[in-house]
Design a protein around this ligand. Structure first.
Ligand SMILES: [Fe+2]
Ligand SMILES: [Fe+2]
Length: 168
């Protein structure tokens, strides 16, 4: 669970997005071994904290970052070619969805569209967009590592049970 769930000031800024029925659908989409809703919340909250610390536009950062992966295509358990296409194109899908359901500033749109730089060629125009790009990378590494550790631990537990049964 992201720390963002407990920060009331942060929640005031993003609650309309977090409670929106379309955005809630992200809870059902796997992402880095977790779900896309929690991933988006994590990226948004840490980007917000950094932007606030640096006296930047933290409200826009919180909202833009929260919508950075607002797309519904699955990017896990699909073939390599399809995965590569989604990797590059999903910022455009996310921006399209975000504009459909919310009113976004130019800066928020830039955060969504450029968050995959340098994998996708759109270069961030604002410092806030660079923060979202960087935080997304760090959070992704953390989530993939966490999910790998969880799988390893489940495999170890399974092996332990098997070997204990064999020794009986
Ligand atoms: Fe993304
Ligand atoms: Fe992301």
């Amino acid at each position: 669970m992201s720390a963002g769930y407990k920060d009331r000031k942060y929640l005031c800024i993003v609650s309309d997005i977090l409670e929106h029925p379309e955005f809630l659908k992200l809870k059902d989409i796997p992402h880095h071994g977790m779900d896309r809703y929690d991933h988006s919340l994590r990226v948004s909250y840490y980007s917000y904290r950094i932007a606030k610390m640096l006296h930047l536009d933290y409200e826009e950062t919180a909202r833009g970052a929260l919508l950075h992966d607002f797309f519904f295509e699955e990017n896990e358990n699909i073939d390599k070619k399809e995965r590569a296409e989604i990797l590059v194109n999903h910022p455009k899908f996310a921006l399209e969805n975000a504009n459909k359901y919310f009113t976004l500033s130019e800066k928020e749109q830039d955060m969504i569209l450029t968050h995959m730089f340098p994998v996708a060629p759109m270069v961030p125009k604002y410092l806030e967009s660079w923060i979202v790009d960087l935080v997304d990378d760090i959070v992704s590494v953390y989530e993939k590592g966490f999910s790998l550790r969880r799988e390893l631990s489940a495999a170890m537990s399974f092996l332990l049970v098997i070997s204990m049964n064999a020794l009986r």
